[in-house]
Design a protein around this ligand. Sequence first.
Ligand SMILES: [Zn+2]
Length: 987
Amino acid sequence: MHDDIPLTVGRATRVLTERIRPAIHSGAVPLEVGWHALPGESIPPADGLALDFEPYAVGTPWGPAWNTTWFRLRGQVPAEWAGKRAEILVDLGFDINMPGFQCEALVYRADGRPVKSINPRNQWIPVSATEIDLYLEAAANPVLLDYHPFLPTQEGDVQTSSKRPLYTTRRMDLVLFDEQVHELSLDIDVLLELQSVLPATAPRRMRILQALDDALDALDLQDISGTARDARARLEEVLAAPAEHSAHHVSAIGHAHIDSAWLWPVRETIRKVARTAAGMTELMEIDPDFRYGMSSAQQYAWLKEHRPEVWERVVTAVKDGRFIPLGGMWVESDTVMPTGEALVRQFTYGQRFFREEFGVESQGVWLPDSFGYSPALPQLIRRAGFEWFFTQKISWNQVNKFPHHTFLWEGIDGSRVFTHFPPMDTYNSQLSGAELAKATNQFRESRVASHSLAPVGWGDGGGGTTREMTGRAARLRNLEGSATVAWEHPNDFFATARAEMPHPPVWVGELYLELHRATLTSQHRTKQGNRRSEHLLIEAELWAATAAVHAGQPYPYDEIDRLWQQVLLHQFHDILPGTSIAWVHREAVAAYERIYSDTAALIESAQRALVGAGSSVITLNPAPFARGGVPALGAGAAATPAPTSTFSGNVISNGIVSVTISDEGLITSAIDLATGREALAGEANLLQLHQDFPNMWDAWDVDRFYRNRVTDLRAVESLVRTDNAVTIVRAFSKSRVTQTLTLAPGSRVLRIDQETDWHETEKFLKIKFPFDVRAEQVAAETQFGYQKRVTHTNTSWEAAKFEASMHRFVLVEEPGFGAALVTDSTYGYDVTRDSTEDGVTTTVRLSLLRAPRFPDPETDQGRQTCSYGLVIGASVKEATEAGLDLNLPPRVVTGEHGFDPLVSLTGEGLLISSVKLADDRSGDVIVRLYESLGRRATGSLHLHLPVTSAHTATLLERPEGNPLPITGDGISLHLTPFEVRTIRLTR
Ligand SMILES: [Zn+2]
């Protein structure tokens, strides 16, 4: 027969778009609208409802950037609409080409109860009474991405944003809703999408096209409402045809990825969460099958504190099993940069909140969007009691396609966690035909499995799942030619996936994201704040626990909880990575300043209780190894320093190492005196300035070509030598850098304290250390250990890692000799191999500062400080200790006496990472330790406090197994490589 497929597709598409969808609503009656634009920041809803409202004409521009406008909608449902379904449609001036990232609103009843959110693709409000009296809290969030992606903008901070109105309302009407037309639109939508992904001449496609033609023939375009039912009848048969036996199955979970801060400040996220949660609990009223998952205990805590009316609805829905707390973390944090203890706290604070508020704990870790995943995570995930891990971000890789969707992920210690990446490659699924076909066709485990997961809904102010999406899901439950779809708890998906894949493939090591590599460097002050705050809090817990046990001082549980939660919030995957607007980073820096001073107060209070009043000089040592004769985690008089190192000409030596610093301020020689071994292969401490203008994602990305253009900063403005230090000042471009290089007595670390007055644009500052070391791999510290990365670029996978992460150290080592770099506030480095006539050398460069202009046009401008060090002659042990030494400096105070540590540890490679009192406030002492060298270790934990029993515990501090035997030598320990062990001591 003659056939014209495009004719049918074109017909259905046009009629759906131009006639059917517009016919879903009819009979518009404009509402009486009042408005009140707030002059400053937003106010609580109760105050908003009590405002005076001026008459407002729809079409009047509203909303300068970041402004809140309250609208009041009043009206009456016409008597002739009795028995029909009325709705309200509100268009605040949306651009429906963007699902979120713009203005949005939360609708309240006059009694303060929230109704639902209003978003670009979710503009309806249900009408439940004939008298309309509703209030809209509308936020004029500016569009910062999409219209002009990645161009510098001043709109990203209320202090610099424009004052002109950004939006113009288009309608605020009472309308009739025609359910049959709505259902017809979804029928046609699903079938049109499905036929578009079927093989060109597949019989199933032909039947669908014929059914569409038949349905359109049945439709009177002058009377859509009156003929929709007839049209739907013509589609019944094709919609009832069941899926194939081998059809892929998509486990859908309603979702809205809400970044805890990003192109909006934290205060706006609080409202985004409230709007979305209100909308999703409303959607549950419409579709009984619908399930919604929300991560981040912090976001729930915000609801509880700021929007109790929404919180109540969420609590009920969680109890009904329909609103699902996901992830068990405080926020969806970055996982590459937080220290081990901080990642543990993401889990302990997240799960504690879910347990205390809802009586549930998450079974899996949900991190769809963080920028790469640390190889320490599998162990932490398992030891925190989780069963599964979920992300999709690795699908953003620039070069290499990840080989699995469902697999076991193995970490540095050998722990494995069952992991799934959705083959749809998105956390914002709409359940489109294209997405379902992508899931079916991309799924890498199809030989043995048929289930994948799909988070469904618009995030970041898109309002989450829409009724169109639930309508699609209902039609896709069991439909020939399509993947099948069901709303399911992610735990149920993972149980099924695990059952159908008893022998999953294994991926070992980090999940490196081949994109967003500059997130290790952008917004230096935020990164410095994180590193310092983590170490200060670990120290505060140590001294507070010691003071509680030794001196009976009350342990500041509430204050420590509050401070950790602040630090954890700022580890969110757009704050710590430095990819938020100026407003967010301005507030982050201020928050860190408060954390420093509040933590310092805790430390000082504990110290006073521990050392007493007196005038003796006492050194407290928060590091997990003895320093200057002061025991680890204890305090006493430090040993008298050895003779001071001094300069002779350009050479400074302290009897351990000898360093030559040229008149250019470059390190030209660094010798380990015990072996006579030269560590360097060329000039070190060379600052290098690169042009750095990535193709997109300015704060996120550094593109490979940045290396091709570089300026060595050799010019010296001044160079001053003192006893054991040299201070070098360099001016370049519009900036100035001051470095002080110090060699302390008894140390093998040449310390460099740097202050930069940074006024560059689109530049990347690195500092270069060429080592005369033939390192096959570098060892870069990660949480509770280190990871090795090869130094060559044999394959595309290795070549893609041209910028990589470190914590406190990066080490290059060949058998017999190594050298390391340690840092106190940076996280990025790159490594290259060079071949000379003398052999292969290894160059490591630390990443110090960047100057991207989007989303914060002033990123990193002004005064920046950091400290780092060159460790001359180092293995992992020396590198680890040098890193800890830099980040946990001793404290010198005056008092009456020193004190013993609560516990001490013997055993090569074993280190204590935390001493604290238990979160359950029982008074038990928690000691966490780990094996740091990557080998098996035997040792003892010696107890210097009265203990009645001891247990191994989970990371959530729950005792496991039988009590540990305590002998005169303490608790004996046997740890596997990189094992993290938590021990709970009952006093
Ligand atoms: Zn995100």
